[in-house]
Design a binder for this molecule. Structure first.
Ligand code: SAM
Length: 282
């Protein structure tokens, strides 16, 4: 990427803890941009002064509450040939942070968007989790409660890819307990305070990691990385049918048998239900 041609939006990643992680190209973007949009101008000023820098132009705010209004302004600046930088409080803008809508608006206007890439907590946590990095999904922050949260967790019962999500320290304990109840032996990693002085990675089964955090006042920022469940293909229909027969022999209703088997084998409930139709005894 060349930052010299004017008329582009550059999405700039900033450190998630360690100030040394600001790349030379990110520095260049922050110091040469004609306009810098920041999630929080005070936080960005701290970043500038920590590097002994002064922005060329006044910093403008662009946060979740004004992002839509700011889109037209950003597009106008880029169209006028300005180099516009976008930063969030930490990490990569647009990743559970403002940025997605303004990037889409600039693209929609037929103008250029580029990046000064760098830290993001999701990839940082995943890369040192020790779990499979081949295929993963990022869930952002989970809905705090309600049916949407339940649907999301339910979908992980047949998720073969590694699942990554952000969580607050106040809710970590309850979330781990909830997950451990569903999948006691599924492996998980809690990555806390990445790149900072008190970086901590807690690895184990959901049961053991939940008990590690039980009754503790957890602080700082954290990412949870959850192992994907075994590929559904290794569990064949014969095995599912055997488990269904067993549940029916124990007196389970169709609904309970399907729930039980889908959860125990980590396969899609829909598929188990189809198989159960031919076996129903109630
Ligand atoms: N855009 C950011 C990124 O690319 O990582 C994420 C922004 S999101 C609002 C903030 C969340 O990211 C925190 O609540 C935490 O879950 C995670 N996070 C940020 N910095 C972290 C760190 N140093 N260690 C662990 N998690 C971190």
């Amino acid at each position: 990427m060349d930052l010299t041609p004017p008329g582009q939006l550059v999405v700039v990643a900033t450190p998630i803890g360690n100030l040394g992680d600001l790349s030379p190209r990110a520095l260049e973007a922050l110091t040469t941009a004609d306009v810098v949009y920041c999630e929080d101008t005070r936080r960005s000023r701290i970043l500038y002064s920590a590097h002994g820098l002064t922005p060329r132009a006044p910093l403008q705010s662009l946060h979740e509450h004004n992002e839509l209004e700011r889109c037209a302004q950003v597009v106008a600046h880029v169209r006028a040939g300005k180099l516009v930088a976008l930063v969030s409080d930490a990490g990569t803008p647009g990743i559970s942070d403002p940025g997605e809508r303004v990037v889409a608006a600039v693209i929609e206007a037929g103008l250029a968007v580029t990046s000064a890439p760098g830290p993001s907590a999701v990839v940082t946590a995943l890369s040192i989790s020790g779990l499979s990095t081949e295929r993963f999904i990022m869930e952002g922050f989970l809905p705090r409660k309600g049916s949407e949260r339940q649907r999301r967790l339910e979908s992980w019962s047949h998720e073969a890819r590694t699942v990554v999500f952000y969580e607050s320290p106040q809710r970590l304990g309850a979330t781990l307990d909830e997950l451990a109840e569903r999948w006691p032996l599924r492996r998980v990693v809690v990555a806390r305070e990445l790149t900072k002085l008190h970086e901590e990675l807690v690895r184990g089964t959901l049961t053991s990691v939940a008990s590690h955090f039980e009754g503790r006042e957890t602080q700082g920022e954290l990412v949870v990385v959850l192992e994907g469940l075994l590929d559904e293909r290794v569990i064949d229909d014969e095995e599912i049918l055997r488990a269904l027969d067993h549940a029916f022999d124990e007196g389970a209703s169709t609904r309970d048998a399907v729930d039980e088997v889908a959860q125990a084998l980590g396969v899609a409930r829909r598929h188990v239900y189809q198989l159960a139709l031919g076996r129903t005894r109630d």
